[in-house]
Ligand binder design. Structure first.
Ligand SMILES: Cc1cc2nc3c(=O)[nH]c(=O)nc-3n(C[C@H](O)[C@H](O)[C@H](O)COP(=O)(O)O)c2cc1C
Length: 175
């Protein structure tokens, strides 16, 4: 079949979602993202594409910093909540989703407790790309739990594989 351009991103599923979080003043916001990539090893740079107008994007631009956290398959309900509530509606979107966090070691960014891995990124630059804004972050710190020792041990880490929003967050295999 011909694939409609609006569906192209679904060809990439399943994908492991990350949670992009930012804080500024008393506001904390976060959103699941799958449009991300590691784009340079030296210097270490990562890129994330965010729909324009989103609150979490605005907060990350204001803070000029953001974190990326990987949550495992046990956090599907929290990820669903982060995807359905706008950060504009709640003072602390992570708390609203039942997620606890601490401040980063290098940057004032939220690091979600129970993450299997986390990256602290300062904003290197942003670029408008079509209807999205590409955030390119310089990775100032990164850590992972004991499931990672150069490669993931998938007997310990069960990644959440996102297959799309079909009225609710769906995964492979289905839960
Ligand atoms: C698994 C998953 C991945 C997502 N990936 C992206 C993404 O890469 N970029 C994006 O702009 N929105 C993405 N979204 C949608 C945002 O997470 C969602 O619109 C969120 O509520 C935005 O939060 P905000 O209003 O606080 O900015 C994704 C949603 C889900 C469930």
């Amino acid at each position: 079949m011909d694939v409609d351009p609006s569906l192209l991103h679904r060809l990439f599923y399943p994908q492991v979602p990350l949670v992009l979080s930012a804080m500024s003043g008393a506001r904390v916001s976060a959103m699941p993202v799958v449009s991300y990539a590691s784009v340079s090893d030296s210097p270490p740079l990562v890129a994330v594409s965010c729909a324009r107008g989103g609150f979490t994007l605005k907060l990350a631009l204001k803070a000029r910093a953001f974190s990326l956290c990987i949550l495992d398959g046990s956090h599907v309900d929290a990820l669903s909540r982060l995807a359905t509530v706008s950060g504009a509606k709640v003072k602390d979107k992570l708390a609203d989703a039942g997620l606890r966090y601490r401040k980063g070691d290098q940057l004032k960014v939220p690091i979600i407790e129970g993450s299997v891995a986390s990256l602290e990124c300062s904003l290197a630059f942003k670029k408008r790309v079509g209807d999205h804004t590409l955030l390119v972050g310089s990775v100032e710190a990164a850590s992972a739990n004991e499931s990672f020792s150069g490669f993931w041990d998938f007997r310990k880490y069960r990644p959440l594989l996102y297959t799309g929003w079909k009225g609710k967050l769906t995964t492979y295999p289905e839960r």
